[in-house]
Design a protein around this ligand. Sequence first.
Ligand code: GLV
Ligand code: MG
Length: 324
Amino acid sequence: MSFHAIEQAPPRLNRSELAVPGSQPQMFEKAADSDVDVIFLDLEDAVAPDEKAQARKNIIKALNEIDWGKKSMSVRINGLDTPYMYRDVVDVVEQAGERLDLIMVPKTGTAADVYAVDMLVTQIEDAKGYKKRIGFEHIIETALGMQNVHEIAAASKRNESLHFGVADYSASMHARTTVIGGVNKLYSVLTDADESGNRDVHWGDMWHYAIARMVVACRANGLRPIDGPYGDFQDPEGYRAAAFRAAVLGCEGKWAIHPSQIALANEVMSPSDDEVTRAKRILEAMAEAEAAGKGAVSLDGRLIDYASIRQAEVLVEKAKQIAA
Ligand code: GLV
Ligand code: MG
């Protein structure tokens, strides 16, 4: 164990995160009534350039007037390379900063990008006398952002989560796909022929390295890793498979680009009853082992030890957070 203790971001349920275009205010009430954990009101890629100013106004009004309940509220600002970003931050934080929990920064590329937004937000918060600090979510969706992901993760005390933005990431990498998320049959392994000459195709997960790399940066800095969009909202099984792959690698949430994906994300990203029961049994078995002076024992024919306690505690803690 390193002597360096990892400070954890404020605990926040983030199993599902719904994208809602700021230019579509008729969608806001439905989003507020949904079971989603986090909503991000979008000023970036779902909003056309000549609608940016009106979308900002819609978002400010909605943050102040709609009852969003216990949901965490975020706004996705425009990128630092656009002429919209400064006004997104100034207007939204000045006029609706009290109900805003998070700012989502797209295409974060360097630690200096994080510093720039932090400086601006800090000035506005201090000038307005806000007590609460707004947290940051960064989308890792460019080659530069992925290269610098560790520095980005460590760049501000406001950082809470990193998100894998698969659509822009594919574009940035010149990856040969035009779909948003999911797998590509060209990324496959062909087995050798069996006795009858048949060969099998095993599809691979082309996003494995990117997501796993982002998860490392998150966990080494106490942040939540969140998987991004799955564009085909008429394919719940494909969504579920993508979400499970991300969850198995350590992600604790996934975007919903359509309300029908919220329940899927909540289901996949919540530990199942069986998992929680087994985790509790591990904790009981280890407590008994410890009382008997043993460090490792067997449970259901498998070895468990002190590392099993830490794995089980993560699951039990998550179940408590969901039940709260
Ligand atoms: C999200 O912003 C993405 O590009 O996938
Ligand atoms: Mg993007």
